[in-house]
Every structure is written in C-alpha cells, then in structure tokens.
Design a protein around this ligand. Structure first.
Ligand SMILES: C[S@@+](CC[C@H](N)C(=O)[O-])C[C@H]1O[C@@H](n2cnc3c(N)ncnc32)[C@H](O)[C@@H]1O
Length: 320
C-alpha cells in the first residue's frame, strides 16, 4: 500500500492497521491504536472518541515510522518505550531485555519472603536488565536495599533511569560485572535475604525458532555465555555463600531446564525446601530453594540440641 496523507487519527488508524495486517501481525487494530496513542500521548478511549482529531505533519511522520518498524517486527515495547511490570511502568529500549509477565512470579515470591517493609534486609538481583525485578522489589518493599548487577553497561543505564523514575535510586545499587564477580569486595557473605535471577536461558538452537521480535533483544540477555546448567551452577554456588541461613534463592528458567536444575539443588545439602514454581500458563518456570542453616549442614544433631541461634522460622519448623 502506498503512503497516503494521514490527516486525522481515524485515517492513521485505518492506514496503520491495514499495513500491519498485510505484514501478518496478529492484532493489527490494537497495535496501530497503541502506537498512535504513544505518538499522541493520549489513551485509547480518547482516540476512539475523537477519530476526527487532526495530526500535525510531525505526528503523522512519526506514526508512519513506527508502523514501518513494527512491520519489520521490532517489538511493540521498543517502539512505545514502555512495558508494565508489577503494576509499574518501565522504560525499555533496544539496550535491554523486555520484562515478561512470568517474571512477576519471582518478585511475588520474594516479596512474600521479605515481609511488608524489608527494613534491615538485602536482596540481590543477578542480570537486572532494565531493573524490573530490583526496582519492583524496592518499590513494593519500602525499606529494602537491593544490589543488582548486569554485564551490560547499556542495560544498566536503562535500569538507572527506571530506579530514578520510581524514586528507589537511594536503595538500589547497580553494578556492572559478571554474576557474583560484580560484587567482589562487597562483603556479601551471609548478608543477603533473597537472591533473584532471571538469567539468559535460550539455547543457540532455540534462538533459531523464536518469534522474530525476540531477535531484536540483546543477545547477551537471551543466550548464556556457557552451557545453561553451568551458568545456573555459578548462580547457586554464589547464592549459597551470600544468603543468610533461611534466605531464599529464586531463579527463573525454561521449563525444559527444570529436570536438570532441580536435582542439582536437591543433591546439595546447603539447600532445603526446593520447589518448582509454575507460571500463569501452568508451565514450570522457576525454582525456589531455602539456604539451610550452616550449623545444621555441618553437624545436624548437635545443632538441634544446642538450638542454633541463627535458625529462622523456616529452619526451626523443618528441624522440629
Ligand atoms: C533474561 S534477561 C533478564 C533481565 C531482567 N532481570 C528481567 O527479568 O527482565 C538477562 C539479563 O542478564 C544479563 N546477563 C547476561 N550474562 C550475565 C552475566 N554473566 N552477569 C550478569 N548479568 C548477565 C543480560 O545482560 C540481561 O540483562
């Protein structure tokens, strides 16, 4: 279809929807409306109520550009620069991974463990991307401190922007580096209440069959630098050191990796209460494990007799 003049919102919606339909996109009317709303900075109700609203030449040309990029399968979120996560609005762009709804599961589990306030507590987010996990934890747990790392300096710039937007920059520390090495010298041992990670977990073979949109996301956010189970092993090892007794480890993964990862946690005496968490679609999506009491790991019967001072409620229940 040739580019015809777009004088009104109604013209633009019709033109955009038909181009997106021709490009094979599943929900062209909705996507055209979302893009037009982002250009006009209004909500959909206004758009539909006033289709005769005039477009300036600048608005029309920006809308055309967005529609053409969407036809090239650039993710909608990179075009609108927004993604909602845990009821908060996050800035996203090509520098970072787009938060997925299933990751909210990790945040909800972490918040249950941390309690309402999080005073005196510390959470670590490995591979923070746009900061959606770290920022949501700090926002919904108003006295919690969060330390978050990423190998990508570009993603960390987005995370900082989101920290500022949600006014949690004083409690979220962002650092560039490779998993636990990012915190070298930060004296993390036995200080952390919750470790959360949504690491890259797509294999090179799987990448060939993902939606074209996914290939616009940063490669380091999708494919781990080493074999996935090896990457998770590094997360588990560092978490066993950093977590306090009774602290919680939460990792997101692919359902296909659960049968390999769950036994690793179950076989290591430092972990107890290993659970597989399902996402809203019912898929096995994440693993949770509680750090065993260090004295119990070393000398279980004696620890129980003495009444280990560092037992948390979870550990006490388990050993009673
Ligand atoms: C799947 S994305 C998750 C981003 C965000 N936490 C979320 O849930 O939307 C994985 C993130 O891990 C980062 N990453 C990859 N390898 C890493 C490493 N070795 N150390 C730290 N971060 C890493 C990527 O840059 C990316 O931001």
């Amino acid at each position: 279809m040739t580019d015809r003049p777009l004088r009104t919102a109604g013209d633009a919606l019709r033109w955009g929807s038909s181009l997106l339909r021709e490009a094979g996109l599943g929900d062209p009317g909705r996507e055209a409306a979302i893009l037009l709303c982002s250009v006009l900075e209004c909500d959909k109700a206004v758009l539909y109520a006033y289709p005769e609203r005039k477009l300036s030449p600048g608005e029309a040309s920006l809308f055309r550009r967005l529609i053409h990029r969407r036809c090239a399968r650039v993710p909608l979120q990179y075009l609108t620069r927004r993604q909602e996560f845990m009821s908060l609005s996050f800035h996203v762009d090509e520098r970072c991974f787009i938060p997925r709804p299933e990751t909210e599961l990790l945040v909800e589990e972490a918040l249950k463990h941390l309690g309402e306030d999080g005073a005196g507590k510390l959470a670590v987010d490995l591979g923070t991307g746009c900061g959606c996990i770290a920022v949501s934890l700090a926002y919904w747990c108003p006295n919690l401190r969060v330390w978050a790392c990423d190998v990508s300096a570009a993603a960390l710039q987005v995370a900082l922007r989101n920290c500022r937007a949600h006014k949690v920059q004083d409690r979220v520390r962002l650092v560039k580096g490779d998993l636990w090495a990012a915190f070298a010298g930060w004296d993390l041992e036995e200080r952390v209440d919750v470790v959360v990670a949504n690491p890259p977990y797509v294999s090179e073979e799987e990448l060939a069959s993902v939606q074209p949109e996914v290939r616009h996301e940063p490669p380091e956010a999708l494919v781990p630098p080493v074999y996935a189970t090896e990457f998770y092993r590094r997360i588990f090892e560092g978490a066993a050191v950093a977590l306090k007794d009774g602290g919680l480890l939460l990792v997101e993964t692919a359902p296909s990796l659960i049968p390999q990862l769950e036994p690793i946690l179950r076989q290591q005496p430092v972990w107890m209460e290993v659970r597989v968490l399902r996402d809203l679609a019912g898929a096995e999506r994440a693993l949770a494990a509680t750090r065993e009491c260090r004295r119990c790991v070393e000398r279980p019967p004696r620890c129980r007799e003495l009444g280990c001072g560092r037992w948390t409620a979870t550990i006490q229940t388990r050993h009673r």
